[in-house]
Design a protein around this ligand. Structure first.
Ligand code: CAA
Length: 255
């Protein structure tokens, strides 16, 4: 049975992790379906933005502990058990995590692979792996530290404590918090706003902000300048600036 649901709403893909009986625990099948789907979305010219959420009371309560429990080091290492998540994180189009409930361990790490995190006011975040005798394994130690800094990341990773949406907002882990019942409306509004722009600028914007976390400042500024300059070869740049001068809405063509 399929775990990951997909629906296209205009230029927005809505992806739902649908294994609520296990709090959407991220098993191998979920990773495989989700990474294959995101590659298709990336290649689909009709989709500009993805919103990912979870069915039931969790976004995702982590990697599937029951599936991992019996594995040994050779199995984990040689089969590169989490490799599919790198494919997910490599998506060039923006992905919005609409975090509807628990985002723990791999669930928090999945949210952090996304570009915007919009959290329900009932959402809970945490990296509780230490309680299982392990550590974050899907990028949490690095993405969390870059997102919220050492002091808060150490607190979450070493104590394994859960934080609520208000704290996540205060420490900069999430982009916005929405009332629980309005979560998908707020996430879709953000997605549609982004999807209303031209894809060349959307991709460039995502890429340059992503690179900002990896590059020294001078290199990052150069990288930004190269992409900014390249956008002057697009019809969308001509249209966007002409529309401003003519006081009319732009008609972007993704060209
Ligand atoms: N893996 C497998 N199954 C999980 C799961 C997980 N990560 N999280 C929850 N489930 C299952 C439970 O086993 C339970 O199944 P059964 O009904 O068959 O027993 C079902 O989902 C509902 O969960 P609970 O009964 O535990 O629900 P609760 O409301 O009492 O507690 C919770 C909710 C606090 C989130 C609790 O489920 C929990 O602590 N889950 C584990 C969280 C965790 O440790 N995540 C990290 C996983 S390791 C990891 O992610 C590694 C990495 O970095 C990649």
């Amino acid at each position: 049975m399929q775990i990951v649901d997909f629906e296209q709403k205009g230029r927005v893909a809505v992806v739902t992790l649908n294994r609520p009986e296990a709090l959407n625990a991220l098993n191998y099948q979920t990773m495989t379906e989700l990474s294959a789907l995101i590659v298709q979305i990336d290649r689909n010219p009709e989709i500009a933005v993805t919103v990912i959420t979870g069915a039931g009371r969790a976004f995702a309560a982590g990697a599937d502990i029951k599936e991992m429990a019996g594995r040994d080091v050779a199995d984990m290492y040689l089969n590169d058990y989490f490799a599919g998540w790198d494919a997910f994180a490599a998506c060039r189009k923006p992905v919005i995590a609409a975090v509807n409930g628990f985002a723990l361990g791999g669930g928090c790490e999945l949210a952090m692979m996304c570009d915007l995190i919009i959290a329900s006011d009932k959402a809970k975040f945490g990296q509780p792996e230490i309680k299982l005798g392990v550590t974050p394994g899907m990028g949490g130690s690095i993405r969390l530290t870059k997102a919220i800094g050492k002091a808060k990341a150490m607190d979450m990773v070493l104590t394994g404590r859960m934080i609520d949406a208000a704290e996540a907002d205060r420490i900069g882990l999430v982009s916005r918090v929405a009332p629980h019942d309005e979560l998908m409306t707020v996430a879709m509004e953000a997605a549609e706003t982004i999807a209303g722009y031209g894809l060349p600028a959307i991709l460039a914007a995502k890429e340059m902000v992503g690179r900002a976390l990896e590059l020294p400042t001078t290199e990052g500024v150069r990288f930004e300048r190269r992409l900014f300059t390249a956008l002057f070869a697009t019809e969308d740049q001509k249209e966007g600036m002409a529309a401003f001068a003519e006081k009319r809405p732009p008609q972007f063509k993704d060209r």
